[in-house]
Structure formats: structure tokens, C-alpha cells
Ligand binder design. Sequence first.
Ligand code: NAD
Ligand code: UDP
Ligand code: UDP
Length: 320
Amino acid sequence: MNSTMDNRVLVTGGAGFLGSHLCERLLNDGFDVLCVDNFFTGRKENILHLMQNAHFEMMRHDVTFPLYVEVDRIYNLACPASPVHYQFDPVQTTKTSVHGAINMLGLAKRVKARILQASTSEVYGDPEVHPQPEEYWGRVNPIGIRSCYDEGKRCAETLFFDYHRQHQLQIKVMRIFNTYGPRMHPNDGRVVSNFIVQALQGEDITIYGNGQQTRSFCYVDDLIDGMVRFMESDPEFTGPVNVGNPTEFTMLALAEQVLKLVGGASKLVFKPLPQDDPKQRQPNIELAKEQLGWEPKVSLEDGLKETVAYFRALLGRQTR
Ligand code: NAD
Ligand code: UDP
Ligand code: UDP
């Protein structure tokens, strides 16, 4: 890849969970990587192992402010992704999605870079169509406690398509469904990290609601592979495209899987279901299969094993 002229890549949110895996993958593919992050939810530990690489650069910066750099590709991942974090400062969350998109699109326009937006299945809200195809417009509450994230991401999609129509930018809009794996934040409140950390520490497993709500979980390596394929796909293919794992599980089934892998004596306890919590979520990935030749390969059991091993080591280090 170094032989082409298109090898300077900017990854915003590069010190986060997905961003750090993406930086690693891009370096392995021979790209020069500039990682931009304000460390709101990202951590230096996620990218420490990349710091020695001469093709990797790290910049502390908040994407709600303009950024002047010279790059060929932009992966825009900056945004807190878990409810606990995006609801901590909801105004900043909307600013990050909206002002962040405007700044990164302005940058892409100036330097003629191709730009990919990490959008989300949350643009479908609490869907009445199941599984969700890209044509579905969604059912999102505009004024609820999840709206700063959902509507911010929806507005970012609007901006991407308007920059594409108005300024002929090469855009890629990827709707990411629940993804898990090593380097998830241990306190981010998402269900996979919560259940694993609780099981490892012998605490109760917190099921919100009756546990019959469903999600479909994609292992991080599969997701990153889909992301890179999408970026390098036919410039005419803008998306939006769903990327995720269509195998659907109830939260009760997930808890059982985690307990089986971790062992221990944790009990299940039932807590109230958060407001606007979607009952079902499952991607329709026909478009990704057809356009990107992509589908997930890693089973929930194999992905959970890797994730459990990561958290076991992390918690071990923290208690020493
Ligand atoms: P994460 O919280 O680990 O990563 C987000 C990163 O963005 C962090 O490093 C954070 O410090 C950084 N950031 C936040 N605000 C910023 C700002 N204003 N300026 C610069 N950096 C900022 O979350 P993640 O799971 O890695 O998610 C990455 C992207 O993928 C997000 O845009 C998220 O919305 C999207 N996404 C993730 C999932 C998932 O299941 N993990 C699902 C759908 C969409
Ligand atoms: N921008 C940036 N880096 C650049 C070019 C632009 O951060 O290299 C920001 C700039 O601050 C502007 C935004 O992107 O507010 C949108 O840029 P655009 O050129 O689309 O609009 P304008 O500058 O006309 O507002
Ligand atoms: N959830 C749960 N226990 C937890 C954390 C989450 O039962 O400790 C539920 C949550 O109510 C939701 C599902 O798991 O129905 C997925 O939640 P997460 O926050 O991981 O992702 P999202 O709701 O954004 O898909």
C-alpha cells in the first residue's frame, strides 16, 4: 500500500476501542497513521504498543475544533459510544457528532480526502422493522436521553450526504451494530463488558428489564475488516451500509454464555430497563455481503473467549 500516493490516514477517536484496533490494522497494511483523540473515553494504554512505530503519530485534539492536516483518508470515529459516557455531557456529544463532522468534512473537502463516518444502528432507534435494512428510516425519539447520540449521528449522516451532493466529496457511511472485544472500556456500562467484569469479579450479573430484549454482537476484528474494505471499495459506493453480526441473542442468553466461559458463582439480578431501550436489534447485512464481499467470521463464543482473556489480564493488573 505504501507504493500508492494514498497512504496518509487520519483516524479520529483513534485511542478508543474501535479506533485503536483500526490504527493497528492500518499500520499492518502499510499506511501512515495519524491518530487524533481528546482522551474523553479513549486511553493511552490502547495505543501505547503503537508508539514505537515510525509510521504512527498521536495528536491530542478535540474534533469540535478545526483541524488542519494533510491526509488522503479520514476515518471519523470520534464520539463516545456507550450510554453512560455519551449521557455524561450530552451537549458535548451532539457537538462532537455535528461540529466534528463539519470540521472533518471541511478538512476532507480542502485536501480532497475520502472520508468514512462511523455511524450507528442507533439511527434506527427502537425499530418497528426487523431486521433493519439500510432503507429503513428509523424510529428515534428526538428529545429523549439517547437523542444526543442518535440525532447527532443522524445529523452527521445528513452532513455527509450533503457534502457529497454539494461538494462531490467521496464519502462512506457505515452503520455499525453492537461490537465488542478487547480494549472495550471496563466501566463503559455496555452489556458485554459489564457481564464479563461482573462475572470475573464474582459480582451479580445485572440484567436490565426481563432480559428478553435482543442484540447481535460483532467481534471487533470482523468489524474492522468490514470498515477497511468499505473505505477501499468502489468510490461510487457511499453506503449507508450496515456492518454487524446478524446472529441475535437475548441478554439472558448472553449472560449464560459469559457465565459458562468465566465460571464462578455470580447470580443474575434484574434491574429496571433504561428509558428508550430498543427491544430488538439485528442488522440486515445483504448489502455489505454484495458490495464488500464481507460477512462476520468470529462466533460469539470465540469472540467472548478473547474478550474474557483481555479483561482477566486487565483486572489482574489493576488489583496488583
Ligand atoms: P470509544 O468511546 O472507545 O471511542 C471513541 C473515541 O473518541 C475515544 O477515544 C474518545 O476519547 C474519542 N473522542 C470522543 N469525543 C471526542 C472529541 N470531541 N474529539 C476527539 N476525540 C473524541 O467508542 P468505540 O466503541 O470505539 O466507538 C468508536 C466509534 O464507533 C464511535 O463514533 C461510535 O459512535 C461508533 N460505534 C461504535 C459501536 C460499538 O458497538 N462499539 C457501535 C456503533 C457505532
Ligand atoms: N476545516 C477544518 N480543516 C480544514 C478545512 C476546514 O477543520 O482543513 C473546518 C473549518 O473550520 C470549517 C469547517 O471545516 O468550519 C467546514 O469547512 P467548509 O470549507 O465546508 O466550510 P466553511 O469554511 O465555508 O465554513
Ligand atoms: N444491559 C443489561 N445489563 C447491563 C448493561 C446493559 O441488561 O449491565 C442491556 C441494555 O438494557 C440493552 C442491552 O443490554 O438492552 C445492550 O446494551 P448496551 O448498552 O450494551 O448497548 P445498546 O443499548 O446501545 O445496544
